[in-house]
Design a protein around this ligand. Structure first.
Ligand code: ADP
Length: 421
């Protein structure tokens, strides 16, 4: 293992893993800190996906340190702490406390903090984070239910989460290239600065920053900085520039789509697919429990599945219908019931011989992966930006495309299945 990564949420981990694969690194994403040490044997990079973004800071630190121990035992030469490109955090953390703890455990006194991802229109200038044309604090992130971002000045934001000094590598130095950035790091470091916020306007900046970070034991960033890291390992002769890192073993077997997201993009994708394939709607208001709903859905679909047709199972509904379900069942119970249905459906489908599953919805994906007992995923080629095909490690091998609700074009499901057949 060359690069060991710790991500503070699942889809963010996939985003980073996908970026590393595109850069030529064979990458595995684990779900939490795995027990099995041999999982990392065939990988250049491992991304440990935690769910630590909004949990108690002390717990986030403990989980991140456990991930660090596992990654270092696997031989990681450099550690990457991945957070969201909008620097999602609260006044208490968890970016600052986790980064402080990682720095201390690694015995280092300097790192960067760089959430920018120009491809998604997240840029930083003079330490201020922009979402498209707006300052972070003017964007919809201002009203985020868990991590409202009301200050766009990242030097200040991170400064509130750490007792260490936070500085800035401003754009003119970044535009000067890797050597200028390295010189700026040295200057800040000799001033006692431990965290450098680094300005970024375009992908070329990320590549230069990646090169400038070659010798840092710890990088903290969104997924963007990963754009420049594989080349560092190629230059050292540790990574071949010609590996097809996105190549996954092929899977035969049947295929199905599970859509538990009610996001707009997913509802369009469901409508697109329902016109062309058998489609079974899950109705949470029949009074039946999760297992009974799943079994009934399987029975309706069985002949199509066995005949090799791709069946879509969906609970996706418009906001009015979702509100009605939540009013009747309570929103927590409704979510648990529907996630339970998809968990059971996934198990029954795999028992029927399904080996390719497309899943829409972040929480829905979590429920499916857990139900199937998946510990880790090998990351393959991107279907749409930020959503790669993956392959579960362990038996049976299942190809999984796990999509957060709002990702992907209208034809995502067909495109995903086409790529994997
Ligand atoms: P997204 O990535 O779009 O947020 P998630 O799977 O994370 O999708 O979340 C969707 C949530 O909505 C899940 O908890 C799911 O169980 C729930 N849900 C799905 N369909 C319905 C429905 N018809 N009514 C109420 N809740 C639903």
């Amino acid at each position: 293992m060359l690069l060991g990564c710790i991500a503070d949420d699942f889809t963010g981990a996939t985003d980073l893993a996908s970026m590393l694969v595109a850069g030529g690194m064979r990458t595995i994403q684990t779900i939490g800190v795995p027990r099995d040490r041999s999982l990392a044997d065939a990988a250049d990079a491992v991304v440990v996906a935690l769910k630590s973004r909004t949990i108690d800071p002390a717990e986030a630190v403990a989980q991140s340190l456990a991930a660090l121990v596992w990654l270092r035992a696997g031989g990681a030469r450099q550690i990457y702490f991945k957070y969201c490109s909008t620097f999602d955090s609260t006044g208490r953390g968890n970016i600052g406390p986790v980064a402080d703890a990682l720095m201390q455990a690694l015995g280092t006194d300097f790192t960067i903090a760089c959430p920018a991802l120009p491809a998604n229109r997240r840029t930083t200038y003079r330490g201020h984070l922009f979402v498209g044309d707006e300052l972070l604090s003017d964007s919809s992130m201002r009203q985020h239910p868990l991590t409202p971002m009301t200050d766009a000045n990242l030097v200040r934001v991170l400064g509130r989460q750490t007792r260490h000094k936070v500085g800035l590598v401003a754009y003119p130095e970044v535009a000067g290239g890797a050597q200028r950035i390295r010189t700026a790091f040295e200057r800040l470091r000799s001033d006692g600065v431990r965290y450098a916020i680094v300005d970024v306007l375009c992908d070329e900046d990320l590549v230069a920053i990646g090169a400038a970070c070659a010798d840092l034991p710890l990088i903290t960033a969104g997924s963007g900085v990963a754009l420049g890291l594989p080349q560092n390992f190629v230059r050292l002769g540790l990574l071949s520039a010609h590996t097809d890192a996105a190549r996954l073993p092929s899977t035969g077997g049947l295929a199905a789509v599970l859509a538990g997201s009610c996001s707009e993009a997913t509802r369009r994708q469901v409508a697109t697919m329902a016109g062309r394939h058998p489609a079974i709607a899950i109705d949470p208001l029949t009074g039946a429990g999760a297992d009974a709903l799943a079994s009934a859905a399987i029975e309706r679909a069985r002949s199509d599945i066995v005949a090799g047709r791709v069946v879509l199972f969906y609970s996706s509904a418009d906001p009015g219908a979702v509100a009605a379900v939540q009013e009747k069942l309570g929103s927590g119970h409704a979510a648990a019931l529907i996630e339970g249905v998809f968990a059971r459906l996934a198990q029954e489908l795999v028992a029927l011989g399904v080996r390719r599953l497309v899943v829409a919805g972040g929480e829905t994906s979590g429920a499916v992966v857990q139900a199937l007992g998946v510990q880790a995923l090998a990351i393959g080629a991107a279907i749409d930006p930020g959503v790669p095909w993956t392959m579960s490690l362990g038996e049976p091998r299942i190809a999984l495309a796990l999509k957060s609700g709002n990702f992907g074009a209208d034809d995502f499901f067909d495109k995903a299945l086409g790529m994997m057949s």
